[in-house]
Design a binder for this molecule. Sequence first.
Ligand code: ATP
Ligand code: ZN
Length: 302
Amino acid sequence: MISAKPRERLRIAVQKSGRLTEASQDLLARCGLQFRQSRDKLFCFGESLAIDLLLVRDDDIPGLIAQGVCDLGIVGRNVLGEHSRAATTRDAGVAAQELVALGFGRCHLAIALPQEAEYTNPQSLSGARIATTYPALLAEWLERNGVSAEIVVLSGSVEIAPRLGTADAICDLVSSGATLAANQLREAAVVLESEAVLIGPQAMPADERGELRDLLLRRMDGVIQVRESKLVLLHVARSAVPAITRLLPNGQVPTITPVEGSPDDVSLQALCYGSITWQHLEEMKRAGASRLLVLPVEKMLA
Ligand code: ATP
Ligand code: ZN
C-alpha cells in the first residue's frame, strides 16, 4: 500500500503521536478532509477527497518526502532545518521546502547555560562542549557567529547533560522555559524560531495530485486566515465612514449599504484580521457607530 510508485492519490505525512498530532489533524479536518483509519493505525484513507494520511515519527517526514513516498508533511521548522542541513547525498532526492507556516507548535531552538555561567556574547561559548539533538543547526549557528566549540550529539535528555558533567551548555527546544528553569539553566541565545510548517517539494507536476495539492493549499490559507479574522457590522452616519474605516484593525475596505428610511446612515461591514478588543469597539462608538456586532468567521474563499 505504501510505495513510491506512480499514484493518483495525494499522501500527507503527519506526526503519529506527539505535540503536533492534534493540531495537525484539526487543521486537516478544518480543510474538509475526513479519514478512515486502518487497523495498524499507520495509514488513514481519505474519504472526502483522494488525500490519504501516513502517521509516522516526525523525524521521518522530510525523508519520506525526499523519497517521493509522501507529497506533503507537517513538521516543526526545526526538524525540516536539521534534515535539510544534515541531508547526505544518499538520501538527497527531492528536497522538501517550507510551503506554509501553520502558526501552532511554536517554540525556539536555544542555547542554554547553567545559571551561574557567564555569557556576554556568542564568543563566551568558545571551547565549550554543547549537548544537542540538533547538531547541524547548531554547527551552522556556531559557524555563522565565528565560534569554535565542541558539539556533543545526544539522542535525548539533553537538559541534564550539564549536571552530569558531559557538557557545559545545551542547545535544545524551548517553549515556556519551564524545563530549563527546572534544570537550573538559563537561555543565552536563539538559534532558530520554530513553528509547525507544511512541507513538500517546491512544485508538483500539473496532474491530478498537483491539482489536489493546490486545492488543499488554498483551503489551508483560508483556514489560517479565518483563525484570527472577525467580521465587524455596524451602523454609522455616512459622513463618519472614513473615521470608522481608520479605526478598523487590519481591516479590509468595508462594504457600505444604505439603510432604508435613514438617508444619512449606512450599514458597514468589514473583515478584520487580528483581534478586536473592547477598546476598538468603544473608539468606534465614540466616532458615531451604533449596533456594533463582531462575528467569528468560519470559512473564507477569496
Ligand atoms: P516523535 O515521536 O514523533 O519523534 P518527538 O518526541 O520528536 O516525537 P515532540 O516532542 O512531539 O517530538 O515535538 C514535536 C515538535 O513540536 C518539535 O519538533 C517542535 O517543533 C514542537 N515543539 C513545540 N514546543 C516544544 C517543546 N517545548 N519541546 C519540544 N518540541 C516542541
Ligand atoms: Zn521526533
